[in-house]
Design a protein around this ligand. Structure first.
Ligand code: LLP
Length: 382
């Protein structure tokens, strides 16, 4: 099991998120090493985790920022990401948020509809600016992941559908305050079948050629994020196979020399460095299982309740050699407030510390105050 500073944990108020900054650094180094050999640029998807020390390290490593709200853009700027490395995506940007992006001359607005383009053009005109825009195209590629985190199918709300592209392209050409700089794709998250990215490449090639046929070599191609992590084996497999991942894009994507490839990774960069640390409040005997009731619940980590997602759970303090079955649950008044069912764990008792693993991405950022709970805190390794 990963090295947790258990003595330090014993003096801290639970629950809290614990971030292993050394692992984060190793992960970022790997990602940068394998992307930079092809000149690819990574924009970190802030939505996965917005803690200041984490963002600072990511910025230090030279990554850009992928934001999906005005507040994320503000946070990225505050951390020191430069506007020319900030992309702003999202299917519903408000006027206020668009003004913010324009004011700071961000690298790109990733646009998802003709109506949005018209609005950005109008607002840019009002401010005497030219907005750089990338069109998010829905490539209709199945990501083979959970349906709530699939985004690249025609039935999803995201992106411009291929049959709308001609009209949108005509519209963009007529917009004087818009500069078309690229195309953008994102097909879903937690993708572990890397073959899916080969399919994406072939769709991207198709659309890239579509623009070339119309006389445009777009300078930027953005293939989004989505690379999955190993939730089952966080200790054996703490860092994603970035070499294979970036290698696929290098091999299968047909870029012109002037074209730059961009990625928007979230989970693959920060997922494994975080664990939710919680204390066992009570152990209750059930009919076929026991219940270990934690002081963390779906308010701190909603992924299991929302996506039926698996997170490995380790008892950090039990010395027992006996293993028993437990449903590991939270204190919230909802039956879905359950982190894992019938898990085989060392005999557990009140006061034990549990680590819910691989929660660095979409954990703390999705926490709520349902039941008027305290906002969950963060701790960092030295
Ligand atoms: N780019 C766009 C346009 C996105 O929508 C997303 C994630 C990303 C990049 C980053 O994807 P990643 O590399 O992290 O897979 N809350 C869910 C995940 C939602 C992902 C939303 N979009 C979860 O806990 O699994």
């Amino acid at each position: 099991m990963s090295n947790f500073p258990i003595e330090r944990f014993k003096g801290l108020k639970t629950p809290f998120y614990y971030y292993n900054m050394a692992l984060l650094e190793r992960t970022l180094n790997e990602a940068v090493k394998h992307s930079s050999k092809y000149g690819f640029e990574i924009h970190y998807a802030l939505k996965a985790n917005v803690n200041t020390p984490i963002l600072e390290m990511i910025k230090e490593k030279g990554l850009g920022a992928d934001c999906v709200s005005g507040n994320e853009v503000k946070k990225a700027l505050k951390i020191g990401f430069t506007p020319d490395h900030i992309a702003f995506a999202g299917v519903g940007k408000s006027d206020e948020e668009i003004f913010l992006g324009l004011e700071h001359d961000i690298f790109s607005f990733n646009c998802e509809s003709g109506e949005e383009i018209k609005v950005i053009n109008e607002l840019a005109q009002q401010k005497g600016k030219k907005a750089r825009v990338a069109l998010r195209i829905n490539p209709n590629v199945n990501a083979n992941t959970h349906k709530y985190i699939t985004t690249g199918l025609e039935e999803n709300k995201f992106g411009i559908n291929p049959w709308e592209l001609e009209d949108v392209f005509e519209l963009v050409k007529s917009c004087e305050n818009i500069e078309l700089i690229g195309i953008h794709f994102h097909i879903g998250s937690q993708i572990t079948d890397l073959g899916v990215f080969k399919n994406l490449c072939s769709r991207v090639n198709h659309f890239n050629k579509w623009f070339m046929d119309r006389g445009m070599i777009l300078p930027h191609i953005n293939v989004g994020g989505g690379l999955g992590v190993d939730y089952h084996h966080p200790d054996d497999n703490p860092i994603c196979d970035f070499e294979t991942y970036f290698g696929i894009f290098n091999e299968f994507l047909e870029l012109r020399p002037s074209q730059k490839l961009h990625f928007e990774l979230g989970r693959a960069l920060v997922g494994q460095c975080g664990s939710l640390i919680s204390k066992v409040l009570y152990v209750k005997k059930g009919i076929n299982t026991n219940f270990a009731i934690l002081d963390a619940g779906m308010t701190e980590l909603i992924r299991p309740a929302l996506y039926q997602s698996y997170h490995r759970i380790d008892n950090l303090t039990s010395n027992s050699n006996d293993k028993l079955r437990y449903d590991v649950v939270g204190p919230i008044c909802e039956s879905s407030d359950c982190f894992g069912k019938a898990l085989l764990l060392p005999e557990t008792e009140r006061g034990d510390l549990m680590a819910i693993r691989t929660t660095g991405a979409y954990g703390e950022v999705m926490a709520s105050q349902y039941n008027l709970r305290d906002i969950v805190q963060a701790e960092y390794s030295e």
